[in-house]
Design a protein around this ligand. Structure first.
Ligand code: FUB
Ligand code: ZN
Length: 662
């Protein structure tokens, strides 16, 4: 459609279309996947109709838009009544991210009012771009007295906190999305002008600073794919290669990127860097980046991944600390959850293994969507697994001083349908389940896949093939790890019991043996119009335990059903959850409550309520009717206690700090 043609148009002015050097899988773009399901469709619509206008409104209200207006005035030599630079050095990106989400929205549904609003915003941004392409309001407003993090000269504090390159990375991503959606080059031209400046300023023998906060690498790769300008890819590679060593773990600059072997430092920076490494590997064919990110992935998924799919440990630099130090008052920033999705999606495309989609799905249905309220107007920055209802951010906020997460959610949710399918020559991967229709190109054939399902609440999925001509391809149907007794692709978590309920598959009504390879069952055959696969993924309630090295979760259990992680929250549990004990023998049942929190599955069972005594034993216990809701749906009913990991017995309380005597 419009998307493919635009790729050609933008690149044709510079020669040939960029080709991947590695033979990776290609996602089916979100514009070709039309969802009509119980779960994502309402969220995507709330994001388009509420979150995007709301967050733009916040950018107007908080002076973020005004920063561009003031920078433009300064450039025109007009006197500024107020030339103070305030806020964070990366406030410009809030607008860029929302702009990206709004552009994604325009790709799906025409919205002349929004289109016009974006034109106005882009004109303001264009006017704030310096003549040589530099774009950074935190300096342009007052070059004599720029933002404290910016440095006297351009780029000099880039490795630390200036975020000059981070800002542009987000801008490039938004510019490509806007161009793809509208065909207008207004934003893309600003992006290429800036990227040309970077290519001039940075490189071997020139400025060799690397970006303090990664994303420019991904942004440059996107710009290269869109324009065909090879120098953008070269610069992305340079930014990776010049990074470190010996500059500390916070920004993953303690070692050269190819020598890194563990998740360290700030988790958003980290996941964006690993994603950028995957992109550069794909486009250059240099597999050494993949060797490095594979190693790092083993460390993170083996020792630092929260059960909600999040990253960011207590006491960390908004990111990683020690292996297995998975305290439940965790950081799990919404942006890091999104970064985890980006990174695992790229690893899937490189390795064709569903284990990466298992991690992606866990992050998506739990950590990421917890980041936004059901009405689309409140946001979590950190996403804790245990709340006392007090302390740091016990409920979603309407906005933040450092507002990275709301904009990230706004751009991400719109793109979710793009994670369902992928193709590689005649292989078609079905990765996620949601009702709706995907329009795929398989070889020379146009193929549709229609899903009918109530996923994630029910695990039966009907996949119907649409094709004008009989055509041969290999349909690869993902059997999620959770349906194969493997919650995560490592020994960090395991199900307490094996489930006897196995996934089943039928082809045109006939049962098919479940031969799973790398997480997929493959149907390699000639497909006809109306051929149907029926997948049944039983969704019993599962008890999860953590590796014994995770001290915080010892003698504790988490509850899952399908891809959803559950939690106990105070309003359903007599106001308290910290003292709940869920004995292993308790039978749990579940049922759908369409009247509750937008329609959710609710889990119930007879538990015990204990008050931890002085010796950290559960002193007195009483019967308790336990109610658990999906983790993502918590914090919509006021502040209070919430727990993902419940005690299985008194031993769990021994780990608590001793209660002080009054
Ligand atoms: O530094 C920019 C953004 O601010 C990061 O991505 C977030 O983690 C927050 O630190
Ligand atoms: Zn954030």
């Amino acid at each position: 459609m419009i998307l493919a043609t635009l790729m050609m148009c933008a690149s044709s002015s510079h020669g040939q279309e960029p080709q991947d050097k590695l033979d990776t899988i290609k996602p089916v773009p979100f514009t070709a996947v039309h969802l009509d399901d119980v779960f994502w469709t309402p969220r995507i619509e709330t994001n388009r109709a509420v979150t995007i206008p709301y967050t733009f409104g916040k950018c107007e209200e908080t002076g973020r838009v005004d920063n561009f207006i003031r920078a433009a005035k300064k450039l025109r030599g007009e006197k500024l009544e107020d030339d103070q630079v305030r806020g964070y050095s990366f406030d410009d990106t809030d607008i860029y991210k929302i702009l990206e989400g709004a552009a994604f929205g325009l790709s799906i549904k025409a919205d002349p009012k929004m289109d016009q609003y974006l034109d106005g915003l882009i004109a303001k941004i264009a006017a704030a771009q310096e003549p040589d392409g530099y774009l950074y309001t935190a300096r342009t407003i007052n070059p004599e007295k720029p933002h404290g993090w910016a440095g006297k000269k351009r780029w000099e504090k880039e490795r630390d906190l200036s975020h000059e390159l981070y800002n542009m990375g987000h801008f490039y991503e938004a510019a490509v999305a806007h161009y793809m959606a509208t065909g207008k080059k207004s934003m893309l031209n600003i992006a290429t002008k800036n990227a040309d400046l970077l290519c001039n300023d940075f490189g071997p023998g020139k400025n060799e600073h690397w970006p303090g906060h990664q994303i420019i690498e991904m942004g440059l790769c996107k710009l290269y794919r869109t324009t065909g300008e090879k120098k953008y890819l070269d610069l992305a590679k340079f930014f990776l290669d010049t990074r470190g060593p010996d500059y500390g773990t916070y920004a993953q600059a303690h070692k050269k990127v190819l020598d890194q072997d563990k998740g360290v430092g700030h988790a958003v920076r980290a996941t964006y860097m690993y994603s950028g490494m995957a992109d550069v590997a794909t486009l250059t064919g240099d597999t050494s980046y993949i060797t490095a990110i594979d190693r790092i992935w083993e460390n993170i998924v083996g020792t630092k991944l929260y059960i909600i799919g999040g990253l960011g440990q207590p006491g960390g630099p908004e990111g990683f600390t020690e292996d297995y130090a998975l305290g439940n008052e965790c950081y799990c920033e919404t942006c890091a959850g999104i970064g985890n999705v980006y990174w695992n999606h790229r690893l899937f495309m490189l390795h064709r293994d569903a284990k990466y989609i298992d991690v992606l799905e866990r992050a998506l249905y739990n950590n990421v969507i917890a980041g936004v309220s059901l009405d689309g107007k409140r946001f979590f920055y950190p996403n804790t697994q245990s709340s006392s209802g007090t302390g740091r951010r016990p409920e979603r906020s309407e906005w933040f001083g450092c507002a990275c997460c709301p904009g990230n959610i706004a751009r991400f949710v719109a793109s979710v349908p793009g994670y369902l399918y992928a193709t590689k020559n005649n292989d078609v991967y079905v990765n996620l389940y949601a009702a709706g229709k995907g329009d795929l190109k398989v070889g020379d054939n146009a193929v549709t896949i229609t899903q009918a399902t109530r996923y994630p609440w029910e695990g039966n999925v009907k996949l119907t093939i649409g094709t004008q001509n009989e055509c041969r391809f290999a349909l690869k149907v993902r059997i999620p790890g959770w349906a194969q007794n493997t919650p995560v692709p490592s020994d960090l978590y395991k199900y307490m019991d094996e489930s006897g309920e196995k996934a089943t598959l039928k082809l045109n009504g006939e049962p098919v043996a479940l031969a799973v390879d790398k997480g997929y069952v493959t149907f390699d055959r000639a497909w006809k119009q109306g051929d149907m696969i029926e997948l049944n993924l039983p969704m019993p309630i599962r008890r999860v335990t953590a590796n014994d090295k995770v001290e915080a979760d010892r003698n504790r259990v988490a509850i899952e059903r399908g891809p959803i992680v559950f939690c106990a929250e105070w309003p359903d549990n007599n106001g308290k959850t910290h003292g709940l004990i869920l004995p292993d023998s308790t039978k749990l049942t579940s049922g759908f409550r369409k009247d509750m929190l937008g329609g959710i599955e609710v889990i119930q069972g007879k538990a015990l309520a204990a008050s931890p005594g002085e010796a950290n034993q559960a002193a007195s216990k009483s019967d308790h009717a336990l109610v658990m809701i999906p983790y993502y749906a918590w914090a919509h009913r006021g502040k209070g206690e919430m727990d993902v990991w419940l005690a299985r017995n008194d031993e769990a309380f021994k780990a608590l700090p001793a209660k002080k005597k009054p």
